[in-house]
Ligand binder design. Structure first.
Ligand code: G16
Ligand code: MG
Length: 221
């Protein structure tokens, strides 16, 4: 194992609830609907554009808006999100993550971010982890969002590794699919029936450690 490719939302910190708050405000103000709570899960790991398309479908309002109107909704969503995101600090880092990053770094393993979020650098800065990573893949530079493999391939490329030399960490089914399609080894964090395609699933970030990741890597290779 030469590298670890990290998803951000749901693996390092919980921005999903902030994204969902922002989408709920757009849905209410611009579409006059309220999003059910379980919709939060459907939007995890999904890009901003793919998210609005799912919401418009749900509202039964696909094809009712021009691309300029959709752009305006996306801008509003991001403005709401940035306001929420501004409240994050290092208390919002998931348990065990800082320790894991330090263990991996000491072992000479390269660390890269494979998040769908264009705000990933800002989030990592707010929670004080930006300097721990060797690279951050830019989601605006890849053709296809998760579940396509592009963002994990790009995250590995940025640390000069082939994906098969890396483990990818994900909390979303679309993200696990993305890791497997990139030909990296997938460790899922969350519910094993939702993340059934992962090579190993742990219930929460507390379970992650250098030795666990090395064991998974060596048992799959
Ligand atoms: C995250 C969230 C998604 C969000 C996406 C894009 O993905 O899980 O809900 O839509 O980023 O975010 P932004 O609007 O900030 O570009 P990930 O890949 O970190 O789980
Ligand atoms: Mg995620």
């Amino acid at each position: 194992m030469k590298g670890v490719l990290f998803d951000l939302d749901g693996v390092i910190t919980d921005t999903a609830q902030l994204h969902f708050k922002a989408w709920s405000a757009v849905a209410k103000n611009d579409l006059d609907i309220s999003l059910p709570a379980n919709f939060e899960n459907d939007l995890k790991g999904i890009s901003r554009t793919d998210s609005i398309n799912r919401i418009l479908d749900f509202a039964g309002k696909a094809d009712q808006f021009s691309s300029a109107e959709i752009e305006t909704m996306l801008d509003k969503k991001n403005t709401y999100y940035l306001k929420e995101m501004d409240k994050l600090d290092n208390n919002d880092i998931f348990p065990g993550i800082t320790n894991l990053l330090d263990q991996l770094k000491q072992a000479g393993i390269l660390l890269s971010i494979a998040s769908a979020s264009k705000n990933a650098p800002a989030v990592l800065t707010k929670i004080g982890l930006i300097d721990k990573f060797d690279a951050i893949a830019d989601p605006s530079k890849v053709a296809h969002g998760k579940p396509a493999p592009d963002i994990f391939i790009e995250a590995a490329r940025k640390i000069n590794l082939d994906p098969h030399e890396c483990i990818g960490l994900e909390d979303a089914a679309a993200g696990v699919q993305s890791i497997k399609s990139a030909n990296a080894i997938a460790v899922g964090i969350g519910n094993s029936s939702v993340l059934s395609k992962a090579d190993k699933v742990v219930p929460s970030t507390d379970y992650l450690s250098l030795s666990l990741l090395e064991n998974v890597y060596n048992s799959v290779k």
